[in-house]
Design a protein around this ligand. Structure first.
Ligand code: ZN
Ligand code: ZN
Length: 165
């Protein structure tokens, strides 16, 4: 996602709003299905700061049953902005303007990746896949999946543990 920073670089404005969306094949570890990015760059006495609100919908397989599920994610981003070569040392916090363009694609990909939840579950109670035959236990009746005895064994194990306590 590229922002033309000419108006703020030549001081025509001190605040530059931008908005857009991410491409579907956006490389951030998940499949982005829709997104909005809105933000602004402010110039305060030569110090530029970018703030943005990012909102995405994405699909990701459930960690337990592997079924593709839709999730959403929202977060805010704030970063200092400098023209490339203006700083004495490279600073990873900064977003750099090259020519008259600020490309925030890389930072957005990083930030989305960082903000993704640790677990993706289609729903909290997802029963996952049968460890014996791989059947989706959300769909399969225990009677249909031939591995029912194991399940009962597991239940008895739990009851036994409870009695032992
Ligand atoms: Zn699931
Ligand atoms: Zn099974």
């Amino acid at each position: 996602m590229k922002i033309n920073t000419t108006p703020i670089l030549n001081h025509t404005v001190t605040e530059l709003a931008f908005s857009g969306s991410l491409p579907e094949d956006f490389p951030c570890g998940v499949t982005v299905t829709s997104s909005t990015v809105t933000g602004k760059i402010k110039n305060a006495a030569g110090y530029m700061t970018l703030t943005a609100d990012i909102s995405i919908n994405y699909t990701q397989p459930c960690d337990r049953c592997l079924v593709d599920t839709e999730y959403s994610l929202e977060f805010a981003l704030s970063a200092p902005v400098a023209v490339v070569g203006a700083l004495e040392e490279d600073d990873d916090d900064y977003l750099f303007v090259k020519g008259d363009t600020l490309d925030i694609t890389g930072r957005l990909a990083e930030e989305i990746y960082i903000h993704l939840p640790e677990r993706h579950l289609c729903h909290e109670e997802c029963r996952g896949l049968c460890q014996e035959c791989g059947a989706d236990m959300n769909k399969t009746d225990q009677a249909e999946c031939g591995c029912t005895p194991k399940k009962i064994d597991a239940k008895w194990e739990k009851i036994k543990l409870m009695l032992d306590e």
